[in-house]
Design a protein around this ligand. Structure first.
Ligand SMILES: [Zn+2]
Length: 418
């Protein structure tokens, strides 16, 4: 057994920090949590002195694209470099993400099952991943790979990433099944457009009919998969919520229809606002993207504040990939700037995120019985949540009880009690 001793524990549940904490780990799981004074350590326990640091649950990003590395069309279509280089680039992003304290990531399309297998086999370092494989949308939707000149994607289909275009109830059910066959643990779909300048593709343009979305949610749930839905605003946002999706991704214009926020609270629908990606869109050198990102910002902030007030659980997600990897904790700064308390921001990346993924039996809090996914931080994130963005302050990262990162310069007391 090993015991992390002496840190200030923020356990992810939202309860106040526990000083001089003792967290006992047996194999891959946490078996006891107390203080130095109260916890009896079994003999042969290896004590890791983490006094002066903050101990947190492993962080979770609820919306990431780990296999994406640029927004450029040539990259998105896989034309700009050999597949091997691209795969190794993804492996580097996976390692970097784990090394910055993110022990779990829900991939919102693009990461294929091979990466998950490679992590589980120990071939590469990376967080636990929950895969959606590819995004499902109708012809003309955000998952339809068409160039601005109207040409369809010229690249041969990669069978690990099935085509996500589906029209009509029958095809929608079939494509959900093909995603599950390819390893999807959550179904990703889109009921609105987004940042693209294609016709009929704006943030409030609807994709999918009511029947199609009901079939999609029904099929996913029948197969034991939750549904995460890209929906910015307008009738497509309503369609997603009424069809019973499990999380709304982006949700920038929720504030325009408070009734929808009440429905989300009543149904337990999670809200993953992904503020980080829009900070990049606001600066991108494409005028219509900039304009859209700037126009939605005040609505996005109001949407968050109204959702929190209504009791909707917020999940931190960066929508990273197109812009960058490795600063997933930036989202927490954005969430605090938009109105969450630092403690709520931490919950959005720990316990609420684990609930959103359906993995809260194992992850999200430092409590007995959970997997020992732990982060030791130099500093107090409740005073300054941006500290989590500084990789050098992430001193230790454990995934399932295994030490994956150790940035302590001087090793301190570490011994077996006899
Ligand atoms: Zn995304």
């Amino acid at each position: 057994m090993q015991c992390l001793l002496g840190a200030t524990l923020i356990d992810g549940t939202g309860t106040p920090p526990l000083r001089d904490a003792a967290v006992l780990v047996d194999g891959e799981r946490i078996v006891a949590v107390g203080t130095r004074q109260t916890l009896q350590l079994p003999s042969q326990t290896t004590v890791i002195d983490v006094s002066g640091y903050t101990l947190l649950p492993g962080l979770i990003d609820g919306h990431d694209h780990l296999a994406a590395h640029s927004y450029a069309l040539a990259h998105r279509w896989g034309l700009d470099e050999p597949y091997s280089t691209r795969s190794l680039r993804t492996a580097a992003a996976l390692r970097q993400t784990l090394e910055t304290g993110y022990t779990t990531v829900r991939d919102a399309a693009g990461l294929d099952v091979g990466f998950k297998l490679a992590i589980e086999e120990g071939l590469i370092m990376g967080p636990r991943v929950q895969l959606s494989v590819n995004i499902i949308s109708p012809t003309g939707g955000i998952g339809d790979r068409v160039s601005p000149s109207g040409h369809e994607c010229c690249v041969v289909l990669d069978p690990t990433l099935p085509v996500g275009v589906a029209n009509g109830v029958h095809e929608v059910r079939m494509v959900v099944r093909s995603m599950v066959r390819a390893g999807a643990e959550v179904i990703k779909c889109a009921t609105t457009g987004g940042a693209s300048g294609r016709p009929g593709h704006g943030p409030k343009d609807v994709a999918f009919s009511r029947d199609e979305m009901r079939a999609l949610v029904d099929e996913a749930h029948a197969l034991g998969r939750r549904v995460m839905c890209h929906a910015l605003g307008g009738p497509g946002l309503r369609l997603a919520i009424e069809a019973g999706v499990d999380s709304i991704e982006h949700g920038c214009y929720l504030d325009e229809e408070p009734e929808l926020i009440a429905m989300m609270a009543a149904h337990g629908t999670f809200f993953v606002p992904t503020f980080t990606v829009y900070t990049f869109h606001r600066e991108r050198p494409v005028p219509h993207i900039q304009a859209r990102a700037r126009a939605l910002q005040p609505h996005h902030v109001a949407s968050l504040q109204q959702a929190v007030a209504a009791g909707v659980k917020i999940v931190a997600g960066t929508d990273a990939g197109g812009h960058q990897h490795g600063i997933n904790a930036w989202e927490l700064e954005h969430l605090v700037a938009a109105g969450l308390s630092p403690m709520q921001a931490l919950q959005s990346a720990t316990c609420w995120a684990a609930e959103c993924l359906g993995w809260s039996d194992d992850l999200g809090t430092v409590t007995p019985g959970k997997l020992a996914d732990l982060v030791v931080l130099d500093g107090d994130p409740l005073q300054d949540v941006t500290l989590l963005q500084d990789a050098q302050r992430i001193k230790l990262v454990f995934k399932g009880g295994m030490l994956c990162v150790d940035r302590r310069t001087a090793k301190r007391e570490e011994h077996a009690l006899v």
